[in-house]
Write a protein that binds this ligand. Structure first.
Ligand code: FAD
Ligand code: FES
Length: 271
């Protein structure tokens, strides 16, 4: 039987600074790797360990993968110190991503916070790849300050593309910022969406996901139409260690994308 923990080597072919704490790593794996948007992979840094990360790139391109990663500790810090030409290990993809089949014919409201825009970028690529299938894409994104806004050029492009409607907010503005100031829930107030033909996708820090979910329920979204990307602590990534349990499910195997309906009655889902 093939070793489920076997890594594929991947060379870092580019590193882009997104914000003071977030970088995008463009990786060229030794073997082609295909993934579906929302699935995750384990990325290993030799000598430091591994961690789960969701590719932020276009799922249509299986020759390279991009990961957008915030420096929060041991593994992410070691990766942030690596340069072009460095080699990391990849295993996966794992889990269940966004159920694009369920999104067909609908308006898609995407709500992101902080580094949560990473999986959303890949989702937006996937939606744009087959845009005739969807009615409209709305993106509401919140960052702490203007320099913390990720993918500035792409967000600008999406804003100018008539097929998507983009609105940004920051918790605290600066002298140049002309946009909204306030938590991401403040830009969910004036939605002109037919809720019966819409799904929402939420990705960001747990506290943000909690308040956005409650806001979406208040607006009238049904629990089955709210999709959450759950970043539970993970170890094995393949349903063996039990670290990522949510009720009777494992976030690594049954998620990381869950509809709110399937997990809402379990305790501590926002921890
Ligand atoms: C399915 C899945 C997909 C993910 N995708 C991404 C992604 O695309 N990009 C990305 O940057 N991260 C992503 N993460 C989070 C990422 O896995 C962790 O940030 C990473 O494993 C931390 O490893 P570390 O060794 O650097 O930090 P550690 O040394 O283990 O942790 C250092 C400290 O940071 C805290 N910490 C851990 N994670 C976070 C976090 N996300 N935000 C703030 N503080 C944190 C810990 O609680 C601890 O206090 C994802 C997580 C999951 C489960
Ligand atoms: S990470 Fe081991 S069971 Fe999910």
């Amino acid at each position: 039987m093939e070793n489920p923990y076997k890594f594929i080597e991947a060379e870092i072919i580019d590193v882009k600074d997104e914000t003071p704490t977030i970088k995008t790593f463009v990786l060229k794996p030794k073997e082609r790797i295909s993934f579906k948007t929302g699935e995750f992979m384990e990325v290993a840094i030799p000598g430091f360990g591994e961690g789960p990360f969701t590719p932020s790139s276009n799922p249509k391109d299986d020759t390279k993968l991009e990961f957008t990663i915030m420096d929060v500790g041991r593994v992410t810090g070691a990766l942030h110190r690596m340069k072009t030409g460095g080699v990391v290990g990849l295993r996966g993809p794992y889990g269940k991503g966004y159920p694009l089949g369920e999104f067909k014919g609908k308006e898609i409201l995407i709500v992101g916070g902080g580094v949560g825009l990473a999986p959303i970028r890949s989702l937006i690529y996937a939606l744009f790849n087959q845009l005739d299938n969807y009615k409209k894409i709305y993106l509401k994104y919140g960052a702490k300050t203007p320099p913390d806004i990720m993918y500035k050029d792409e967000v600008d492009r999406w804003s100018k593309d008539g097929r998507s409607d983009v609105k940004l907010t920051v918790d605290a503005g600066d002298a140049k910022w002309k946009g909204n100031v306030g938590l991401v829930t403040t830009i969910l107030e004036d939605l002109k969406i037919d809720l019966n033909k819409s799904v929402s996708v939420v990705c960001g820090p747990p506290i943000m996901m909690k308040f956005v979910t409650f806001k979406l329920l208040e607006i009238g979204y049904k629990p089955e139409d709210i999709y959450l990307s759950m970043e539970k602590n993970m170890s094995c990534g393949i349903g063996k260690c039990g670290h990522c349990r949510i009720g009777n499910s494992y976030a690594c195997k049954d998620g990381p994308v869950f509809s709110y309906k399937t997990i809402k009655d379990y305790p501590n889902i926002w921890d």
